[in-house]
Design a protein around this ligand. Structure first.
Ligand SMILES: Cc1cc2nc3c(=O)[nH]c(=O)nc-3n(C[C@H](O)[C@H](O)[C@H](O)COP(=O)(O)O)c2cc1C
Length: 206
C-alpha cells in the first residue's frame, strides 16, 4: 500500500494529460492511493497570459485540481513530478514550490521516499533530458530516491520517431506551437512510470 503524489505545472495542458496517465498507471498497482495536485501559478503569468486562448482553456480544464501544499509532500510515500521544459530546465513555478519547502528539507521529512519526473518540451531536442537531469539535483537534496524508466520495460524508446520517453523519465512533445497531443506511446510509458514508482514505493514502505 503506497500513497503516490503527482505535483505538476502545466500552462497548456500537455503535462496535465501526462499526469493523468501516470496516475492511471500507479492505480494499477494494488492498494495504491493517488493524488494529483498543481503547483501554484504566478499572478504575473496569469495576467500576462489572460489573452491567450490556449492557456486560458488549459487552466479552465485544471480548475478542479487542488493546489499543492507542503502537507501533500508529507502525506506521500512517493512523489512523481510533472515538469515542462523552460529554457531546458524547470519552470520557476515548480522551483518556487520546491524552494518554499525548505522546512521539510531541513527536517529531512522527504528522505527515503521514491521519486520520478515526467516532462514535456516544444521540440524534440528542446531539453527533455536536461530538464529531468537538472530537476533531479534539488530532489536529491531532499533525500528522494530517483526512479527512472528503463528500456527493458519501455521498448518504445528505441525509435527514431519524434516521441517522448527516455531512461530518465516519461515525456511528450507539445510541438513548437503547442498543438501536438501526447502520442499513445508517451501515454503508455507515463503509465508504466506511475506503476513502477508505486511498486517501488510499496516495497520501501512495507
Ligand atoms: C518561457 C518558455 C520557455 C520554453 N522553453 C522551451 C525550451 O527550452 N525547449 C523546448 O523544447 N520548449 C520550450 N518551451 C515550450 C514548453 O516546454 C511547452 O510549452 C510545454 O512543454 C508544454 O507543456 P504544458 O502544455 O503542460 O504547459 C518553453 C515555453 C515557455 C513558455
Amino acid at each position: 500500500m503506497a500513497k503516490v503524489l503527482i505535483p505538476y505545472y502545466s500552462a497548456y495542458g500537455h503535462i496535465y494529460e501526462m499526469a493523468k496517465a501516470v496516475a492511471e498507471g500507479a492505480k494499477q498497482v494494488d492498494g495504491t492511493e493517488v493524488k494529483i495536485v498543481k503547483v501554484p501559478e504566478f499572478n504575473a503569468v496569469k495576467e500576462a497570459m489572460s489573452g491567450q486562448d490556449a492557456y486560458v482553456q488549459a487552466q479552465g480544464n485544471q480548475e478542479d485540481i487542488p493546489e499543492a501544499t507542503h502537507d501533500d509532500l508529507r502525506w506521500a510515500d512517493a512523489i512523481i513530478w510533472g515538469i515542462p521544459t523552460r529554457y531546458g530546465s524547470m519552470p520557476a513555478q515548480m522551483k518556487q514550490y520546491l524552494d518554499s519547502a525548505g522546512g521539510l528539507w531541513a527536517n529531512g521529512e522527504l528522505e527515503g521516499k521514491a521519486t520520478a519526473i515526467f516532462t514535456s518540451s516544444g521540440s524534440v531536442h528542446g531539453g527533455q533530458e536536461t530538464t529531468i537531469i537538472t530537476s533531479l539535483i534539488p530532489l536529491l537534496h531532499f533525500g528522494l530516491i530517483f526512479v527512472g524508466l528503463p528500456y527493458g520495460e519501455n521498448p518504445e524508446q528505441l525509435t527514431t520517431d519524434g516521441i517522448g520517453g527516455s531512461p530518465y523519465g516519461a515525456s511528450t512533445i507539445a510541438g513548437p506551437d503547442g498543438s501536438a497531443s501526447p502520442d499513445a506511446r508517451d501515454i503508455t510509458m507515463a503509465g508504466r512510470l506511475g506503476a513502477r514508482v508505486a511498486k517501488i514505493a510499496s516495497k520501501l514502505t512495507n
